[in-house]
Write a protein that binds this ligand. Structure first.
Ligand code: ATP
Ligand code: FE
Length: 338
């Protein structure tokens, strides 16, 4: 079974071909245009998607070494995301399914992040049900209990900023370009995580909050720069390491609580922030420390990619879960919605 996956929810245009759970191609076109604006500009994103979508899909089909006539279904992201961006992928998927006369499968982007764990990869074990997934990305921070491919329950989530935003906004305060998350990760490798101390939020149950941390960092940096205009340059590695350390502590405090509360110790991470090297390392360490079994996605399936949409499409195909051609894109979609 060949499925084409199309992802266009934010600022990356991506297409992938999957054959019975194995990825044959996964092409991602990043949009450079947003860097100079310090964030994603929705109108520019949808225009770039329009320019990229045809070549990206052509490349995915070519790299998979198949003909488009071999495809059995088209899977696409219907939400959540930026409406203008989602519309490009949705319209294209609809027309292609009509032209090729093959079924259409709408995919929830957040389910895609989680279900990327079910892509067939060598040396990569798939999580057994039930498992917990810490879904951390540019727009989400959730602990999700997954009891079946499409049965997902959010047991904790952020009440304000997402963890990806915390990384990106901290980076912006430090004068780093967008998206700053990967740069904080890079500089943190060379710094002392205990150099500076930031206050962690006091949150009840399994919920998160990151807006206070962002403000704390802003005030701290403003104060230090007043004392020494070169403070950031002189301490960039230590600042990044300390910010990252605090974020990782916040995440793992809650994840530990979630494991204790549910008694489920199969734990996965997903979403763009799961590319973070420290988060991957700390999760791995819980195997020895707490006896968890952990699942870490391959790097290329962490940030937005169509491979995760294609695997979700394949699982839905096996489940006979197809979409009508009247299906519409939606900016908001909860992880338990189709
Ligand atoms: P959502 O999936 O919630 O709709 P999104 O699709 O925009 O949001 P993703 O592409 O899943 O988000 O993730 C992007 C985020 O991941 C950005 O905030 C980026 O800074 C962050 N990120 C990527 N790599 C790293 C890293 N190595 N360390 C920290 N953050 C990272
Ligand atoms: Fe995403």
């Amino acid at each position: 079974i060949y499925i084409l996956g199309i992802e266009s929810s934010c600022d990356d245009t991506s297409a992938a071909v999957i054959c019975n759970g194995k990825i044959l191609s996964n092409v991602v076109a990043n949009q450079e245009i947003h860097t100079k604006y310090g964030g994603v500009v929705p109108e520019l994103a949808s225009r770039a998607h329009q320019q990229n979508i045809v070549p990206v899909i052509q490349q995915a089909i070519q790299q998979a070494n198949i003909d488009k006539k071999d495809l059995n279904a088209i899977a696409f992201t219907r939400g959540p995301g930026l409406m203008g961006s989602l519309l490009v992928g949705t319209s294209f998927a609809k027309s292609l399914s009509l032209a090729l006369n093959i079924p259409l499968i709408a995919v929830n982007h957040m389910q895609g992040h989680v279900l990327a764990h079910f892509i067939d990869e060598e040396n990569q074990q798939k999580p057994p049900f039930p498992f917990l997934c810490l879904t951390i990305s540019g727009g989400h921070t959730q602990i999700v209990k997954i009891t079946d491919y499409f049965t997902m329950e959010v047991i904790g989530e952020t009440l304000d900023d997402a963890v990806g935003e915390a990384f990106d906004k901290s980076a912006k305060i430090l004068g780093l370009p967008y998206p700053g998350g990967p740069l904080v990760d890079k500089y943190a490798k060379l710094g002392n995580p205990l150099a500076f101390k930031f206050t962690k939020p006091k949150m009840a149950d399994l919920n998160f909050s990151f807006s206070g941390l962002k403000t704390g960092i802003l005030y701290f940096i403003q104060k230090k720069v007043k004392e020494n205009p070169n403070f950031i340059e002189e301490n960039l590695n230590d600042i990044c390491a300390s910010i990252q350390y605090t974020i990782v502590e916040i995440l793992f405090d809650k994840l530990k609580k979630a494991v204790e509360k549910t008694g489920i110790n199969h734990v996965a991470i997903a979403g763009g922030v799961s590319a973070n090297s420290e988060i991957r390392k700390v999760l791995k360490e819980t195997e020895h420390k707490y006896g968890w079994t952990t699942y870490i996605p391959k790097f290329e399936y962490t940030t937005d990619n169509a491979g995760m949409i294609a695997i979700t499409g394949y699982l839905k195909y096996l489940d006979n879960n197809f979409s009508k051609d009247t299906i519409i894109a939606t900016a908001r979609l909860k992880v338990n919605e189709q």
